[in-house]
Design a protein around this ligand. Structure first.
Ligand code: NAD
Length: 300
């Protein structure tokens, strides 16, 4: 299949490489030249603009930082036409970025008016999942377009869900990441309380894992340094999922709650904790570094 891939960042690059490995004919575009050179060395073709990349493509995949970039790419900005106004043919569009559901719906509707299907397909699984091709895709859009996208998504991911109509993928992703932010800060809080009262963090973690407090953070992403060898906490909180990205997702959850008049007291608390942590200069650390907010006597 001829696939255009726009946005070769931490996530997009390994995802595009997996499409090449699956035998697709992939043309890539990113604003950063070096990212395109890397993809060329993996067997992709590069283009000098997004418009050139999508020329003749059957499927377009985008993986951009935020809603402003996705709207800009497809709808245009500052007097520049967007892709939807210039595309020839009717390629299927899969946007895997994490953006506001409303942004996804706006672009999906604009695409639909031009006879083009647009799916929001945010992912879970991080850079590790993107490299291993084991991402979870959480899709919003029409069933028929979802089925058409499936083989492409299967080259990049393992678990593929249709959450509902346009925007539903983003809603589900936002709910998941709000829960993740709550679970990570709650886990860090419990560990800090136990250690302050004389417990060994590894022993306490094992006890909670096997008890009713068990959760994903304890199982695979322990925030206390040294408890889990391969977790970012044991690597000075380098790599992994940035505090800044968790802030972005908790902000999306907050906006969604405001729009739908939903109460999210735990999500708001988690957002405030991560905001405080980010304001102390920790935005580029892995999000499990929220542990540091809970203790001053923790090993650096
Ligand atoms: P990133 O900042 O590493 O990459 C984004 C890429 O988009 C950059 O290479 C940038 O140059 C490019 N870009 C921006 N505007 C562009 C344009 N107009 N045309 C072409 N390229 C453009 O971000 P990332 O970590 O790859 O994340 C991408 C998306 O995936 C975000 O929405 C993020 O929230 C989501 N996400 C990230 C993770 C993670 O662990 N990093 C996990 C799940 C979801």
């Amino acid at each position: 299949m001829h696939i255009a891939f726009i946005g070769l960042g931490n996530m997009g690059s390994p995802m595009a490489i997996n499409l090449v490995k699956a035998g697709h004919d992939v043309t890539v575009f990113d604003l950063v030249e070096s990212s395109m050179r890397q993809l060329e060395s993996e067997g992709a073709r590069s283009a000098s603009s997004a418009m050139e990349a999508v020329h003749g493509a059957e499927v377009i995949v985008s993986m951009l930082p935020a809603g402003v970039h996705v709207r800009g790419l497809y709808l245009g900005r500052e007097g520049q036409a967007g892709l939807l106004d210039q595309i020839d043919g009717q390629p299927l569009i899969i946007d895997a970025s994490t953006i506001a559901p409303e942004d996804a719906r706006i672009v999906a509707e604009a695409a639909r008016q031009r006879g083009i299907e647009f799916l929001d397909a945010p992912v879970s699984g991080g850079v590790g999942g993107a490299k291993a091709g084991t991402l979870t895709f959480i899709v919003g859009g029409p069933e028929a377009a979802f089925q058409q996208a499936r083989p492409v998504l299967e080259a990049m991911g393992k678990n593929i869900f249709l959450a509902g109509e346009a925007g539903a993928g983003q809603v589900a992703k936002i709910c998941n990441n709000m829960l993740l932010g709550i679970l990570m800060s709650g886990t860090a809080e419990a560990l800090a309380l136990g250690v302050r009262n004389g417990l060994d963090p590894a022993t306490l973690s094992e006890i909670m894992k096997q008890s009713s407090g068990g959760n994903w953070a304890l199982n695979v992403y322990n925030p206390w340094p040294g408890v889990m060898e391969n977790a970012p906490a044991s690597k000075d909180y380098q790599g992994g999922f940035l505090v800044d990205l968790m802030m972005k997702d908790l902000g999306l959850a907050w906006d969604l709650a405001l729009d739908s008049k939903a109460a999210v007291p735990m999500g708001s608390e988690a957002r405030n904790l991560f905001a405080l942590h980010a304001a102390q200069g920790n935005g580029r650390l892995d999000f499990s570094s929220i542990q540091r907010l809970y203790r001053s006597d923790m090993p650096e």
